[in-house]
Structure formats: C-alpha cells, structure tokens
Design a protein around this ligand. Structure first.
Ligand SMILES: C[S@@+](CC[C@H](N)C(=O)[O-])C[C@H]1O[C@@H](n2cnc3c(N)ncnc32)[C@H](O)[C@@H]1O
Length: 439
C-alpha cells in the first residue's frame, strides 16, 4: 500500500507550519528614525488633549479597518475549520508536521457539492465511534493476525461498518488474498451470501498458515477464476435469487484501474462500490478515484512541478515525517506530468500502464463526476499522535474519527490495546454510490 501527499500551489496561510519558516520579517523589531519635524509634531499632539483624542480615535479606526480587511479579503478556499484547528494545535504543540493541515494543503474532494443530488452518507461521527467500540473486540478475534499486504485496522473497520450499515442482499469481493476481507464482510453480515473473485483461492494459503475460507461464499478462484469485468452477472445474480442490483455491495481490493472498474460496475447496474486502495496522486499501482478527482478545478486539487515553489518546499518537509509522502521529483514525470502517477494511468498492480494527456485526465473526472451520487473517503480512525502511525500523511486524509488529544476516548474504545502496526495501512478507502446519467 502506498500513500503520498498532494499539495496545492497556494501560498500557506499565516500561522501554518510551512508558512512560518520564511516569515522571519514579522519577528524583527521595526526601527524608527524620527527627524526634528516629526518630534515637534509628536510633542504638539501629546500636549493638546483634543489632538490626542483625535489621534487615538484615528489609530483605533485604522486598527478596526485592518481587522475587517483581513477577515473579508483572505481567500476562503484555503481555510477550513479543521485546518485552522489543526494549525492551532500544531503551533501550540510545536509538533511540526504531526498534525493534519487538511484544507490548506489541498485534498481533492469531488463530492463536496458536486455529486448529482448533493447527497452524502447517512452515518455520522457519533455512529462511527459507536461502531469502533463494537468492532475492536471483533477485530481482536480475527483469524489472520498478521495481514501483511492485506487490510489493516482502519480499512477493516470501514468495510465492516459500511457493510453492516448498508445491509446488502449480496456482497461481492474482488481480491481476496488470504481471506481477511471475506472474514470482515462475514462479521458484518452473518447470513448474507458472498461472491469472491481472486486468481488464487484463499484455501491455498491454509497450507502455510492462517487463512479464511467462508462457508456461504461462492468462489470464482483458482481454476474457476473469472475477472469481475467478464462475469455474466445477470445469470450469477439470478442463481443467488437477487434481482435488485442496487441491493448489492461490491468491494474492490484487486489493484485494477478504478475507472475501468467503475465503468464495468455501472454497465451491470451496481450502485454501491467500495474501493480499498484509493491511492493518492503520484503513488500506487493503479489509477484511483482520488487521482481522478485531483483536478485544478476542484478545490484542493492540481499541482505544480516547479521545483522552487511553495508546494515543492512543503513536500520536502512532509516527506521527513511521513514515509509515503512524495516530493516533486517523485510526483512529476516527463513534461511536468503530475496526474495519475507521473502522467500515467496505471492498471493491474502496475503490470500495465498508459501515459495519458492532461485533457484525458480531465475528461475522466468529468465522467466520474457525472455518475457519482455519493463519494465518501473513509476517515482514519484516530490522529497519528494516538495511533503512532508513520506512513500516510494526515494532510491527505479527512479529519480522523478520534481527533488529536482524545486519548481517553481512544483508550475507552479499546484502540490502545491494538498494536501500532495495524494502523499503518490507511490509503483513503472510498465508498461511492453511482448511477447512470438519465438523459
Ligand atoms: C491486496 S490483496 C487483497 C487483500 C484482501 N482483500 C485482504 O483484505 O486481505 C489483492 C488481491 O487481488 C488479487 N487479484 C489480482 N488480480 C485480480 C483480479 N483481476 N481480480 C480479482 N483479484 C485479483 C491478488 O491475487 C490478491 O489476492
């Protein structure tokens, strides 16, 4: 799993960690040289009470005007309530780079006000927290304790929570590996049938160690493997007694181009999709919805490959804190192509990739936007100061479910019992609800 950062070219607002370094001038003491005329004038003003009153009032008016000008004229696009909160926390704790700067660094977020109906998910942070308390003991009982190359805690929770909330009639999983995600789906919905597609059958892993094979799952795996795009879904679903395709949940963890998967799912008529690895721009082995949403016209999107830019400097700094952060030289390919991964649309674990033009990348986002009803990035479960994760850059993720400083809550929900390594796999899992355009 990979993760990186994606920063806008905008200047940092005052007070942000990145903005402080070059703001030396603000701390320097001003030097006043008062000539003879000026000192006489000051003497006159100080001696006459009416003049003193007029000068004081003028100064107050000037102060008020500057405050109002600052409030009205600052660029709203660079500020979010979370961003200012995070920056305050950052400045007061002095923990440069540890806190998210979501908003000011720019996180492309295609759904905000852009989904067709302006809809959003039904669940709230309160429900996510309640879910966490319930899920921690379930997770502790997982059969595959070390799921290296598979899902960690954040995404396991997200998948379990959403499957349980959506209550589908059938669950489809593409990419099973040893079966951890199949087990998670089963915990969410004990009696719902599952269809699992994976080139290697999870039972193969049982010979070497822990794996999970489900009793109520139809496996298209091993010699029976069929790619999601080639399955005759009409007849398969009919055999399962499912006629309403909108009651099916499809989970992709197969590292395939997500635009390709989205189009295939749309053609069949599926509505509810979850993508496990929604890789950030410049990272990962397949073209993701996050990458597609990263557009200059979308708030938080678009990049600069200029090596002497604010973005380049911020990236270098964040790379020192977060393993998956990328600098401008890693972000940009030939011809300053930053979209996708260095201007490529990757597919199939990067076994296949294709250079795409910016115009094509732009058209892809317009298409995705046209079929999206809901786009929801799963937030990380807790702030890195609580989980001690060091891989993903929190500036590229939404607000965590448990914010900085809430150690009491983190412990109460049982999260402090888990090993830190289980929090290292977050890659912006995304839930989308789609439907074809009605013409
Ligand atoms: C990252 S692993 C899945 C991890 C698993 N979901 C978990 O939580 O542990 C990716 C899986 O996708 C499988 N895969 C590769 N190509 C695929 C395809 N075209 N369709 C479905 N699965 C595929 C791989 O064999 C591998 O098992």
């Amino acid at each position: 799993m990979q993760e990186g950062i994606m920063l806008s070219t905008r200047r940092q607002p005052p007070g942000s960690p990145e903005g402080r370094a070059d703001d030396d001038s603000k701390t320097r003491k001003p030097t006043f040289i008062i000539g003879g005329f000026a000192s006489k004038l000051f003497g006159f003003l100080l001696e006459h009470p009416i003049a003193k009153l007029v000068v004081t009032s003028l100064l107050l008016l000037l102060l008020l005007a500057s405050v109002l000008a600052y409030t009205w004229l600052r660029p709203a696009v660079c500020f979010s309530s979370y961003g200012s909160f995070a920056r305050t926390a950052l400045v007061s704790s002095g923990a440069d780079g540890l806190t998210s700067d979501f908003g000011s660094l720019g996180v492309p977020y295609i759904s905000k006000g852009r989904s067709k109906e302006g809809k959003t998910v039904e669940w709230t942070t309160k429900e996510l927290r309640k879910g966490l308390e319930e899920f921690v003991p379930i997770y502790e009982s997982r059969p595959i304790k070390n799921n290296l190359h598979g899902m960690g805690f954040d995404h396991s929770f997200g998948l379990w929570f959403m499957a349980r909330w959506l209550k589908p009639d059938l669950m489809i999983e593409s990419g099973a590996f040893k079966g951890h995600s199949t087990w998670v789906l089963r915990q969410a919905m004990p009696d719902t049938p599952i269809i699992s597609l994976s080139p290697r059958h999870p039972e193969k892993y049982l010979k070497k160690g822990p794996a999970y094979v489900d009793g109520n799952c139809t496996y298209f795996a091993g010699k029976d493997f069929v790619d999601f795009g080639s399955v005759k879904w009409g007849s398969v679903l009919q055999k399962h007694g499912v006629s309403d395709f909108s009651r099916v949940l499809v989970f992709f963890d197969d590292h395939q181009n997500e635009l390709k998967r989205l189009k295939q799912a749309l053609k069949v008529g599926f509505h509810h999709l979850i993508f496990e690895d929604n890789y950030d721009t410049g990272t990962g082995d397949h073209y993701s919805l996050r990458q597609i949403c990263d557009q200059s016209y979308i708030r938080g999107g678009g990049h600069s490959c200029f090596r002497d830019s604010d973005e380049a400097r911020i990236r270098i700094k964040r790379k020192t804190f977060w393993e998956k952060a990328v600098d401008v030289s890693e972000l940009c390919g030939n011809g300053e192509a930053w979209w996708g991964v260095r201007g490529e649309m990757r597919d199939d674990f990067n076994l296949s990739n294709k250079a795409i033009s910016y115009a094509e990348h732009f058209q892809n986002s317009r298409f995705v936007e046209s079929v999206l009803d809901i786009y929801w990035d799963l937030p990380p479960v807790a702030d890195p100061s609580l989980t001690h994760q060091t891989r993903y850059d929190p500036a590229r993720a939404p607000d965590p479910i448990i914010e900085v400083g809430r150690f009491g809550l983190f412990r109460k929900l049982g999260l402090s019992r888990l090993e830190a390594s289980v929090f290292n796999g977050y890659t912006q899992m995304v839930y989308v609800q789609i439907s074809a355009l009605v013409s």
